[in-house]
Write a protein of this length. Structure first.
Length: 635
């Protein structure tokens, strides 16, 4: 289906296709518009291949830029990185090189930088902790601008150590965190983003310089749940509405010992909090709470008479809780629960040796881990004696729980981690028999579980990490080991092995060979889109993030004439040879638009003079980001 907005003649309108990309046309010629619409309507579905692209070489050359804390704030990526000019500071990115910038040099002149940590989004404002060298580590906020990035409050005044805020958590627009002001010890605080509105919620452990050390701060329907030690009951479950009087012990689950029940692994399912706790009788088992004392109950004693089944990796999938737990005679197992004892059932066991691999009240190291919800399907890693630890999936039944792929074939582990769902596809880091740790993807089938790219050929691997999903895109950090060192990458969908049209943003016209000429040396031009074979091109991947374009009508490739590095040299078609004057990098500009940068000259593909007339030559020109250098790839 195609939609076109109304616009005046000779203005630019946006035509949206089902791929979700923007297609720009110029409404000067009814025939031209009609041809474009017909071409789009006749095209097959978008057949894209996910291709990792470097977002920006922040620290030029090889080395570790200490990138971390990737955080989504309303579609913008914030992170900490060291460019080795400002130290480790706060940056933001829209996924393009030009849109990846330093937000503020919070600690100027310091090689170490301010080291931003614990980034969290609260109503479109980023909150984080940083050390500016004067106040110690304290609470900061940012709207993405330098002037809008500032210290919220010096909680521990007069100390170069700072209050070291931790566990920053958004509860319906209010920021909760823990901090040590030097008087009360580490306690619960809240903030509305102003100095006056940043305050201690309650001194839970009165008279102690240690504090109650709250942790596991979790928002459930506008109420904060957490674990704290008041010095009397041990570490137990608490809740708070943000006031002193409304901050209270929810239930003393283990009243006999001052150690408390040590609740852990908080997960919300159907407006109830599920967690693991030890009541002193059943051991570490599965509990739930509706926010009341009477409604805080043991769900089921999975391993009676033991130190507990040690539930872990609690994960919600379509209203059902899945988790890993030890099982007396069968060892590690996958379980599911609807919140009742009878509805908490064993799905499948994995460790045939029994629970010889776990201690009392601790998870079996061979059990299911990294449980991840991917569009209603549960993915996880598990161990068996034949395949080692590999990727599995489950529909909640024993029959529907199966190995997806034996990535590191044999009984060796693929060392999988970072399982992340993006648009219904699972992405993760793994290694196989031939490659080191690289980025992989899976659609849930064996044949659909493949390496995305071998960044660093051989057994070295690039060890992708910090996999983060933002607005349908996967961001991650990786070290290609060859050129860039450890940098920020984004996974873009590029239509390889698919005939596409190259459509220029400034004119809405297509890249074309003049007169549909099939001979070497014919000029590459722009022309109204008509869908002919001389406007259809295929991207060829030459490796190391370089591509060439091959025309369908001639089998020839786009080429900078005579391999010239002169600005303004025309682009022609020529027999494909993979030389540097045919190779270019694809640089994502946002909204699905790209720039081609030639390898031999560093210049960009350009329409001469930003001309909109039919037949204007395509040339190379110094990159400037204008609309005559920006285009869409339309299948």
């Amino acid at each position: 289906m195609i939609f076109m907005s109304a616009a005046k003649p000779h203005s630019t309108a946006s035509v949206s296709v089902m791929s979700g990309r923007d297609f720009f046309v110029r409404l000067g010629s009814g025939a031209n518009v009609f041809a474009i619409l017909v071409m789009l309507a006749m095209q097959p579905a978008w057949a894209a291949v996910p291709v990792p692209q470097l977002v920006k070489d922040i620290h030029a050359g090889l080395g570790d830029n200490q990138i971390g804390s990737l955080t989504d704030v309303n579609g913008t990526l914030y992170f900490a990185v060291n460019d080795y000019h400002h130290g480790l500071e706060l940056w933001r990115s829209n996924g393009t090189g030009v849109g990846t910038v330093l937000v503020k040099d919070i600690r100027p002149g310091a090689l170490l930088g301010s080291s931003p940590e614990t980034l969290v989004n609260v109503n479109g404002i980023l909150y984080f902790t940083a050390d500016d060298g004067a106040h110690g580590r304290e609470l900061w906020r940012s709207d993405g601008t330098e002037v809008g990035t500032f210290l919220v409050k010096d909680v521990r005044t007069g100390s170069l150590l700072g209050s070291s805020p931790e566990s920053l958590t958004n509860v319906n627009g209010v920021l909760f965190f823990t901090a040590d002001d030097g008087t009360h010890g580490r306690e619960l605080w809240r903030s509305d983003g102003t100095e006056a509105g940043t305050m201690l919620v309650r001194d839970i452990r009165l008279g102690s310089s240690i504090g109650s050390s709250p942790e596991l701060l979790t928002n459930l329907n506008g109420t904060l749940f957490f674990v704290a030690d008041d010095g009397t009951h041990g570490r137990e479950l608490w809740k708070s509405d943000g006031t002193d009087v409304g901050t209270l012990l929810l239930k003393d689950i283990q009243p006999e010992l001052m150690l408390g029940s040590t609740p852990s692994r908080f997960t919300i399912v159907n407006n109830e909090l599920y967690f693991s706790a030890d009541d002193g009788a059943a051991g570490q088992e599965l509990w739930k709470s509706d926010g009341t004392e009477i409604g805080t109950v043991l769900v089921k004693d999975l391993w009676p008479g033991s130190g507990g089944s040690a539930p872990s990796w609690l994960t919600e999938v379509e209203g059902t809780l899945y988790f890993s737990a030890n099982y007396s005679s069968e060892g590690a197992a996958l379980w599911r629960s609807n919140g009742t004892g009878v509805g908490t059932i064993l799905v499948k066991t994995f460790d045939p040796g029994g629970c010889g691999n776990c201690g009392i009240g601790t998870p079996d190291r061979l059990g299911p881990t990294q449980l991840t919800n991917v569009n209603g399907a549960l993915y996880f890693t598990a161990f068996d004696e034949i395949h080692g630890r590999e990727l599995w999936r489950s529909d909640g039944t024993a029959a529907g729980t199966h190995l997806v792929a034996d990535i590191n074939q044999g009984n060796g582990d693929s060392q999988m981690h970072g399982l992340t769902s993006v648009n219904g596809i699972l992405y993760f880091t793994a290694l196989d028999n031939l490659h080191g740790a690289e980025l992989w993807r899976s659609d849930g089938s064996g044949t659909g579980t493949v390496m995305v790219k071998d960044f660093y050929p051989g057994i070295g691997g690039t060890a992708p990490s910090l996999l983060t999903h933002i607005n349908g895109k996967l961001f991650f950090a990786a070290d290609d080991g060859l050129i860039y060192g450890r940098e920020l990458w984004v996974l873009s969908e590029i239509p390889l092995e698919t005939w596409v049209s190259v459509v220029y943003k400034h004119s809405g016209k297509c890249q074309d060979v003049r007169g549909a000429d099939g001979t070497p040396g014919a000029d590459v031009i722009q022309w109204p889109c008509h869908g002919g074979d001389n406007q259809k091109l295929k991207l060829i991947d030459w490796g190391n993030d370089y591509y060439s374009l091959q025309y369908k009508h001639s089998g020839l490739c786009t080429d900078v004439n005579s391999a010239s590095i002169t600005a303004g040299e025309k682009v022609i078609q020529w027999p494909c040879h993979g030389g540097d004057n045919q190779l270019f990098s694809l640089e994502l500009q946002g909204n699905g638009q790209y720039v081609f940068r030639y390898k031999h000259s560093g210049q960009c593909v350009d329409v001469f003079g930003a001309n909109t007339v039919d037949g204007a030559n395509v040339i190379q020109w110094p990159c400037h980001g204008g609309e005559n250098q920006s285009f869409l790839l339309v299948p």
